[in-house]
Design a protein. Sequence first.
Lengths: 280, 798, 162
Amino acid sequence: MKPAPFAYAKARSLDHAIALLDGAPDARVLAGGQSLVPALNMRLSTPSLLVDINGLRELGEISRRNGHIEIGALVRHAQAERSSAIAQLAPLLTQAIPHIAHPAIRNRGTFGGSIALADPAAELPACLLALGAEIEVTGRTGRRSVAADEFFKGLFETALGPGDVLTAIRIAVPGSAARFGFAELARRHGDYALVGLAAAGTVHGGGLADVRLAFFGVGDRATRARQAEAALESGNLDAAVAALQHDLSPHSDVHASAATRSHLAGVLLRRVAAQLDSST
Amino acid sequence: MKRTPDVAPIVTALDRPNSYIGRSVPRPNLARLTQGRAQYVSDITLPRMAHVAFVRSPHAHARISKIETTAAKQAAGVIAVVTGAELAKVMTPWVGVLTHLKGIKSAPQHPIAVERACWQGEAVCAVVARTRALAEDACELVEVSYEELTPVTDAETALDPTTQVIHPELEDNLTFERKHEAGAPDQGFAQADAIIETTFRFGRHTGVTNEARSIVADWNPGEQRLTVYQGTQAPHMMQNLFAKHLGLEEHQVRVLTKDVGGSFGIKVHTYADEMATVALAKLLRRPIKFVADRLESFVTDIHARDHRVKAKIGVTRDGTITAFEIDDLTGIGPYSVYPRTSGIEANQVVNLVGGPYTCPNYRARARVVFQNKNVMCQYRAVGHPIATSVTEGLVELAAAQIGLDPLELRRRNLIPDDAYPATGASGIKFEALSHHACLAHIDSMMNYAGLRAEQARLRGQGVHRGIGFAAFIEVTNPSAAFYGIGGARISAQDGATVRLDATGALFCATGVTEQGQGTEAVIAQCVATAFGVPLERVRVLTGDTDNVPYGGGTWASRAAGIGGEAAWQAGKALRANVLAAAASILQADPKKLDISNGVIVDADNGRERIGLDEVARVVYFRPDTLPPGFQAEMVATRHYVPRGYPFAFTNGIQASYLEVDTDTGFIKLLKHWCVEDCGTVINPQLVDEQIRGGIVQGIGAALFEHCVYDERGQLLNGTMADYLVPMAPEMPDIEVGHVVTPTADSELGAKGAGEAGTAGASGGIMNAVNDALRPLGATPITEIPMTPDVVLRALNKI
Amino acid sequence: MTDRVRVALTVNGERVDAEVEPRQNLVDFLREELQLTGSHIGCEHGVCGACTVRVDGTIVRGCLMLAVQCDGDRVETIEGLSDSGDVADLQAAFCERNALQCGFCTPGMLLTAQELLLQSGAAPSREQIREHLSGNYCRCTGYQAIVDAVEAVALARQGQTP
């Protein structure tokens, strides 16, 4: 199927992009296009205008500033995958990115696009939750920062409003006690996960503190498992696994039943907890 | 790189000088395909060509009360908007029945639905426009008013008296039923020490050819001729059907098949939207192109394998199988597919269950029912994966029950290699099979004893690996018994025409077709060897009904065995003709001459006498120098059809080695083996690659592929993101071995090899998974695909 | 608003000036406007990899990029890479190993494999090859022959024999 007709505008600047978006309520931002274009090709998405931000080179940089690593919205997955700064300062991302789709998709797909789309089974939203990242949004009223915990609102729903452009992601540089874990279960390499888990914590005494467990593929959005986090902080893995029954509300679909997802979430928690432990 | 080693020609009757039989020579079309210089139907553009897109029913079953086309007709670029009723004036409907499937019935099917849509995805209106995108824009403007009808979706209840009858004129939803009884099954079960009874379920799946179905139809009113470029496996069959349903003579239709982006049985059927495209070309008097997009493919390419089989085996304590019994039920959509029918798969299940074994006691019933889902029909290894999984699943369950090694149980029951000719319990005739030789070969090839030891050692470490087998038989080289005797105009015979060109090169036109199997290479090998020229001196033409001998095409593993034999015979016949001409030039005895490496030689000592180019020069340009009364014939045509047996059965055995993550239910395939016997191996590399590709399609069925419908008849996963096909990372390396038992039905002795891989893979993997899980007390798994849901349920973890 | 847009790009080393509909994706543009039919369309959803082409030196899905986005870009297809000899050793290995049957996936496979081999310092393992090809669907071969062919070229380029 071919897309329905739409107009195309190439943004010359961020202000230009925002002005274009302002002028057409059903306009969509075209970044990497790796999720948007399939939706266009199925006529599931029929915007009147695409605002192409790929020319905004200032959004394509990875930089370190003020105790943060900042990843521009247009940074491609492949670029992040190869980035030594990310490997050093946000190793959770380096661990997660190879699970995103396939090489040709990672060459084109962007960090910002993945976050802005907020697919419930995607890796990066969960990683941002686990890392406590800040998401920078630029709109007609200026620039604001939204905590990852506040950003993902529901199924493909985010804190982005009309006319907003996601411009960057900021992640605090971790201390030496920080630990990370990541695992996902996908039927085939590169598929969206049946269940995935991105996790972070801090070694504290003999155990873990500040545990953040972000599951994906088991709800309408990437989700923190807060009771399980508390149980893990108190050193009780079995209780953490049991707590997932309260924390998560997995769904059934053609790929797995809710019961399977629920079971797999527990399996992943044990595996990821071992990663957090083994890296102490 | 692991290369398939060239092996010496195996059959001495074929031992010509410089024989190419048994050699892994490269396919002549590969360079073109690797350089992006192929020509698939989807690549074709003709002058004045327009594109058709279809409005398709969103409902599984609905009455079409009104179609409003005014707005669509006025849309940009639109050439025509045509409803089913309008197209019915151009093309007659068809009914997919064959007389040898007694009692099979179906309803007339139109190229575009008239009055009623019977599955989600059935075309209800055609829009022809300047581009595909414009046609799709206008499709959105066609307003169809539907009156939803109750869909029949569950095959289990399709025959209940309370269930709506889809085609009231047929009186019930039963398409076809076959019952078979042989020997004394009740007595057999009475003699058994153990009886295992279970139900096998096979997910509906589909072919997912990488190039979707594609057709360009061009009606030239000036010539009163229809030229159809179509990705099909059976050009002459389609020529006949286009002519028949458009009211034309066959000679008014030319079907051209160039490169085809995969077929696997998907492209051997009559599709309503392709028939509609041809009818639109005639109606609109210009070329029309239709390329199914992937969403359309999932709801219109034939599906296959949706079977539920209740099955039973009896076995004595000493490991003798005493009886098999099956009850097969399959739902095939609202129409039996034309012209091969949708009764063949179930019929094959009845034919093949128990086939490798001596057990004479067999009871079978198969019922085929209508339902409001996409149509089902023949896809690679028709019925074989079902029959093999059922038979071999039962055999391994029986082995476990009586505590006998699964290979040993087979050894005690497989038909002995010296017992042929033999007849199976279903009545199928075997010329010569080699089950025991294949079993012995795989046993050593995989180091079975070593693997069992490794399995036991790892089991102690909490690693759960499984080994599973599937012995199989495969229908190949079909005679007219497959379709012709049932009234279908599908050629069982095939032909080859070989011509000596003026430079001494050969041109061969064959009725069998190329979809990537390597047909062109195999035909060239047969011709080059039989005639006596270097392989690169043979050019092969396929897929053009104006220019190749009448033939069946490529399906049912017939191209090499039937097309190859015709080419072999044609090559021999032309050799005789050319030797006659050479003899007359040389004033020699033709019996004392031969052709070797493109040169006429003395047969006894190989001394070179005259080049083929010189013979051709004289024959074509200086025939005046030939003796009076001698007329050279530089073209020879020969045909071939198997006559000795209805089918050339092949056989083999597969083994799977895998690991189950018992926490997640995920299955990792570690290795797969196949030993098969397709008779004379013309090109070992091509045979091995057919086996490997076929196995991976079977792996898809075993682990991933499933067309999931809801109770309303809606396909829930009709995209390549949701319908999971096998991809590279999850596939194992596959080792292939051969045993060679040539068929005496042809001089070449080749049987088919295209479907053996698919026939046995899913059964072997199911058995391996059960082997891995058995010590954990899991419930045996008897359904595919074996998803994490299925495995975790068997382990009682969810 | 949905008017055609003027673009100028380089395709296989030749400058192309065209006016494209914004909705036309790159692979349709190559196939329909430039008759470069070596890049294929298998799904239009970015899943099968048959449309893989190179844009500015990296492989992309031709069905997930719009032609209008390629203004100023350098696009390479299998036709161009064949003529330049860029993938000649891979093509030869694919032929020798019969790493294709219908050939529909082959251009995309070759481009994807070439990117892996150009990125890798050492010869990639069979597992790495399989993972890199994870987004390229082949229905015919079962993949083993493709992995064999890519592995052979990887080793040959390192001066090793398989």
